[in-house]
Design a protein around this ligand. Structure first.
Ligand SMILES: NC(=O)c1ccc[n+]([C@@H]2O[C@H](COP(=O)([O-])OP(=O)(O)OC[C@H]3O[C@@H](n4cnc5c(N)ncnc54)[C@H](OP(=O)(O)O)[C@@H]3O)[C@@H](O)[C@H]2O)c1
Length: 254
């Protein structure tokens, strides 16, 4: 398969469904061999893999609820696929724990749970992937953040904080890794039509949520995927340290 990502190996975490599955498809369509990571749903990940165009794709399981185990994922990808050119940290969880409605134990449990998967896991993967990319002479890291980092997440503050942390991690690493020809970028979607958002989008709140954008809808997973594909494929070395909003003008940062 020809394309800008031909001969590139990309690892997409959380690729068993939703945005991650769409990213895997977009990267494969542009010629990449894709490492399809999943947390628990092997059957869904196998289906994603079977539907990808091109060849050389492989499946990898890893549970990021203990982030200390995450670096082993990069080792397995490199062992099996030979190298790693692009890491997409997409896996993530949302947990509701609104301040005044949960007890102290639940409040802290949710903080630990969400930060482990959404921030510590990506931090661990960034470190092991960067070591590999430095040895290879370059690479790209793309982290999937969220509009919630800027707008606030009153019902899921750990989620908002985890994504703010991921944005900041991306910017710090963009500076640290630029001399090694590794570009690091975050994307910050607003609501996207996936399982993660379905309870809110399918319920009564769905109309108001869609109305947040002048397009009167939320994003499709393929719109996030196309942005990630561009970031993975571009040769623009100066495109690093950015946080790219994909929110249909529903929230304008200054
Ligand atoms: N949907 C939105 O509205 C929205 C908006 C802004 C940002 N985002 C971000 O975009 C990313 C993808 O979201 P999505 O909507 O596609 O989510 P999703 O449909 O819920 O899919 C989440 C993915 O993450 C994996 N995952 C969950 N917990 C994991 C764990 N403990 N260890 C390893 N993998 C785990 C899941 O794998 P298994 O199912 O195999 O366990 C699945 O592939 C997330 O980082 C999310 O925060 C989403």
């Amino acid at each position: 398969m020809s394309g800008a990502l031909q001969n590139k190996v990309c690892l997409v975490t959380g690729a068993s469904r939703g945005i991650g599955a769409a990213i895997a498809a977009a990267l494969a369509a542009d010629g990449a061999s894709v490492g399809i990571h999943y947390g628990s749903d092997q059957q869904a990940a196998e289906k994603v893999a079977a539907d990808l165009p091109g060849t050389g794709h492989a499946l990898f399981a890893a549970d990021f609820s203990d982030a200390d185990l995450a670096p082993d994922l990069v080792d397995r990808v490199v062992q099996s696929m030979g190298r790693l050119d692009v890491l997409v940290n997409n896996a993530g969880i949302y947990r509701a724990h609104s301040l005044l409605n949960v007890d102290a134990g639940e409040w802290m449990k949710r903080w630990r749970e969400v930060l482990e998967v959404n921030l510590f896991g990506p931090a661990a993967l960034c470190q092991s992937a960067a070591a590999c990319m430095v040895a290879q002479g370059g690479g790209r890291i793309i982290n999937i953040g969220s509009r919630g980092a800027f707008r606030g997440e009153p019902d899921g503050p750990a989620y908002g904080a985890s994504k703010a942390g991921l944005h900041s991690l991306s910017q710090s690493l963009a500076v640290a890794l630029a001399p090694h020809n590794i570009q690091v970028v975050a994307v910050a979607p607003g609501f996207v039509e996936t399982d993660m958002a379905s309870a809110l989008l399918d319920g009564e709140s769905g109309v108001a949520i869609r109305g947040q954008s002048p397009l009167n809808r939320v994003a499709r997973p393929d719109e996030i995927a196309e942005t990630v594909r561009f970031l993975a494929a571009t040769e623009a070395q100066f495109l690093t340290g950015a946080i790219i909003d994909i929110n249909g003008a529903s929230y304008l940062r200054t």
